[in-house]
Design a protein around this ligand. Structure first.
Ligand code: CP
Length: 315
């Protein structure tokens, strides 16, 4: 039986514990192989990934493209789909998706509108992977986040995690909150300015799965008690008013002094890019895991591409 039942990767709620374990096991296997005997170096030979990014990206786009190339596949792309695809001439997302379905074996899409990846998946005859849809979700980021947390703490159990910053428009924290419901005895503390608090749909989901959560505004009060501080950027591009943005910007900076107040074995994460919320002086602290976290994106994305595109060979 095929061990990976998903056709598309659109939202974190698609993943249960069994599926998470499959993805993480595959990521471990492909990571070991990448630095080992390269038995999987041609496992996606003949397959093509279309990377359609309507918003900027460094990590997600390049790690997906690198993942595909490292597994022997090929990549077709445009530097900026909003400007250099026929979207600039008014072509609908539906038409672009239908066309790309005929040219590639998988579409990795980042778009500014929440729900866009789901709409594309409805039309596409090939797998669609959501690489971030506006303020909606970023499920592959959440997978690499959970992989990083589990790797650090040898699993995820009895952990307290603070999510800090732009929780209202932050798709990474939304997707991560969904995934954390799959683990035992996890508590989430949302730390944000009043103008960008976590939305009610996530809180309702956490309640449904009996995950403890609370809201705070004082990072100093929270830092010493948590196992993980997940910082996020205040996303200027998503705010509808400059007044709201100014009310949120610069409120939470994880200074070296604040880091000193953290537990010795706690970790600092960030999906990146950062602006000023983590000064570079923190980078050498052993608790800073954000560069390892970004590196893990390569292994997780290799695993997803392998699992989605190797079905006929695994089946
Ligand atoms: N974390 C993340 O999504 O980074 P990019 O915007 O660089 O892809």
């Amino acid at each position: 039986m095929n061990p990976f039942p998903l056709e598309h990767v659109i939202e974190s709620q698609q993943f249960d514990r069994d599926l998470l374990d499959i993805v993480f096991r595959t990521a471990n296997q492909l990571k070991a192989d990448l630095y080992g005997d390269r038995r999987y170096a041609k496992s996606l030979e003949g397959k093509i990934l279309a990377s359609l990014f309507y918003e900027p990206s460094t990590r997600t786009r390049f790690s997906f493209e690198s993942a595909m190339l490292r597994l022997g596949g090929a990549v077709i792309t445009t530097e900026n789909a909003r400007e250099f695809s026929s979207a600039a001439k008014g072509e609908s997302l539906a038409d672009s998706t239908r066309i790309m379905s005929g040219y590639a074996d998988v579409i990795v899409m980042r778009h500014n509108e929440a729900g866009s990846a789901s709409r594309a998946a409805d039309i596409s005859s090939i797998p669609v992977i959501n690489a971030g849809d506006g303020a909606g979700q970023h499920p592959t980021q959440a997978l690499l986040d959970v992989y990083t947390i589990a790797d650090t703490f040898s699993g995820i159990k009895n952990l307290k995690i603070a999510m800090v910053g732009d929780l209202r428009y932050g798709r990474t924290v939304r997707s991560l909150a969904y995934l954390l419901t799959k683990y035992e005895n996890v508590e989430i503390i949302f730390v944000s300015p009043p103008v960008c608090k976590m939305e009610g749909d996530i809180k309702a989901y956490l309640n449904k799965y009996e995950i403890l959560w609370r809201e705070e505004t004082d990072l100093d009060a929270v830092s010493p008690e948590v196992d993980c501080i997940y910082m996020t950027r205040i996303q200027k591009e998503r705010f509808h008013s400059l007044e709201d943005y100014n009310a949120a910007a610069g409120k939470y900076i994880l200074t070296p002094e604040r880091v000193q107040a953290m537990k010795p074995n706690a970790i600092i994460m960030h999906p990146l890019p950062r602006v000023n919320e983590i000064p570079k002086e923190v980078d050498n602290d052993p608790r800073a895991r954000y560069f390892d976290q970004a590196q893990n994106g390569l292994f997780i994305r290799m695993a997803l591409l392998y699992l989605l595109l190797n079905k006929d060979r695994n089946g």
